[in-house]
Design a protein around this ligand. Structure first.
Ligand code: INI
Length: 154
């Protein structure tokens, strides 16, 4: 039996961190968590490319451009969509998830989903570095494992 799995060794791997400015109170800590994760796992800071976009709606397009650039081996998409009184949440969160999912499914390089979709700012803050951890860190770890896997997988 041959098992294929990625390792959490980032040496020699290059990553894109595509981050939405909307709700930056949340997305900046997500970016810090993702960066910290990658650097602690051996990724060289010079191999990190940060791309900022206005909101989660814009994440898929920027991730697609970065994937096509050849600059990176994996991408972490970071954003935060907080439910409001209108259907806007569903449209923005749905587009971000569908767009990032479609890009990830092509398999050319991994695109992990570090987009929080919450009912309140409090829930988002809990998931960006307080009592529920940091989902930016988790998304970066997933991108790292998958980039390592894709380096090996025929
Ligand atoms: N963008 C977000 O990233 N999070 C949100 O909660 C949000 N809400 O609620 O409106 C949001 N809207 C902006 C959107 O992502 C686009 O930037 C905008 O529609 C311009 O295309």
């Amino acid at each position: 039996m041959k098992t294929w799995e990625g390792m959490l060794d980032g040496s020699g791997l290059r990553f894109g961190l595509v981050v939405a400015r909307f709700n930056e109170l949340v997305t900046e800590p997500l970016l810090n968590g993702a960066t910290d994760c990658l650097v602690r796992h051996g990724v060289d800071r010079d191999d990190l490319h940060v791309v900022r976009v206005p909101g989660a709606w814009e994440l898929p397009g920027a991730c697609a451009r970065l994937a096509d650039s050849g600059l990176v081996d994996g991408i972490v998409a970071l954003g935060c969509v907080i439910r409001g009184a209108t259907p806007h949440f569903d449209l923005v969160a749905g587009e971000a998830a569908a767009g990032i999912g479609a890009l990830n499914r092509t398999g050319r390089l991994p695109v992990s989903f570090g987009v929080l979709t919450t009912d309140s700012l409090e829930q988002a803050l809990e998931r960006s570095g307080s009592k529920a951890g940091n989902k930016g860190w988790e998304a970066a770890e997933a991108a790292l494992e998958m980039a390592s896997l894709y380096r090996e997988l025929p």
